[in-house]
Design a protein around this ligand. Structure first.
Ligand SMILES: [Zn+2]
Ligand SMILES: [Zn+2]
Length: 248
């Protein structure tokens, strides 16, 4: 009888524990981790290898020392230095993050936001000193079709977590073309007028937030618009970076 009671108690406690766990967002293994991912999936995520250019491209063969104040520059940035101070992004846009982000943005699997937000929060080292957080906007038509702007959701949570002001300062007057499917040369082409700054950002240190950095053209254009409107500085954070074939 005593054995049976002990077993019943064990099963009861195990059931209670199971109730506190949810299926991993990627593989459905029960997990109680705050990210909503199991530890196996967390350790398999594609982290971005350093050292990195200011545009977050890895620069193989370059060694940073503790005396280096500025990150080295890749060929493209040497030719056309970005106006932002740097991009901080913890991951490579590769499996399974690409699937998670596509499910979130294009298949309306909104439960993906929790793990993606967690990964951005935990993957960032110390944030730079900033006054306001500005999300990269979508054109209104695309936002209407999607129902939300993923960069705004990431920026909102980041601002809340760090006690910063969310400032939707930019608008995107043209729908433009999808970056996916356009050539690398097209994607790297400068896009003056891609963004319009519609808020007073004078003397503000801005933290620009996007979900995926493809070629950095978008954040370059957003940074230019903010600095032209009088912002003091622009730093960028993003969830992940697309690597060109030469950097993989
Ligand atoms: Zn998993
Ligand atoms: Zn670069």
């Amino acid at each position: 009888m005593a054995v049976n009671l002990a077993m019943i108690a064990k099963v009861y406690i195990w059931s209670l524990f199971s109730l506190l766990r949810s299926p991993c967002s990627l593989c459905a293994t029960p997990t109680s981790h705050a990210s909503g991912l199991c530890t196996g999936c967390l350790t398999d995520l594609p982290t971005l290898p350093g050292p990195l250019c200011r545009c977050a491209l890895p620069i193989p063969g370059t060694a940073l020392t503790e005396h280096d104040d500025l990150a080295p520059l890749c060929g493209h940035c040497l030719h056309q230095p970005p106006t932002f101070l740097g991009i901080q992004t913890p991951f490579v846009y590769a499996h399974p993050l690409d699937r998670m982000i596509n499910d979130w943005k294009h298949r309306r699997r909104l439960h993906m936001q929790r793990p993606l937000q967690y990964l951005l929060d935990q993957g960032l080292t110390a944030l730079p000193d900033v006054d306001a957080v500005v999300p990269i906007p979508l054109h209104w038509q695309r936002q209407w079709q999607r129902g939300f702007n993923q960069a705004t959701l990431l920026a909102l949570a980041l601002a809340h977590r760090h006690g910063l002001r969310l400032l939707p300062a930019l608008s995107r007057p043209s729908a433009g073309r999808h970056q996916q499917g356009s050539s690398a040369r097209d994607r790297r082409r400068a896009h003056p007028g891609m963004f319009v700054c519609r808020t007073d950002v004078r003397r503000l240190r801005i933290l620009l937030v996007d979900d995926v950095i493809t070629t950095a053209t978008t954040v370059r254009a957003a940074s230019d618009a903010l600095l032209n409107a009088g912002a003091e500085s622009v730093s960028v954070v993003a969830l992940c970076r697309v690597l060109p074939p030469s950097a993989r």
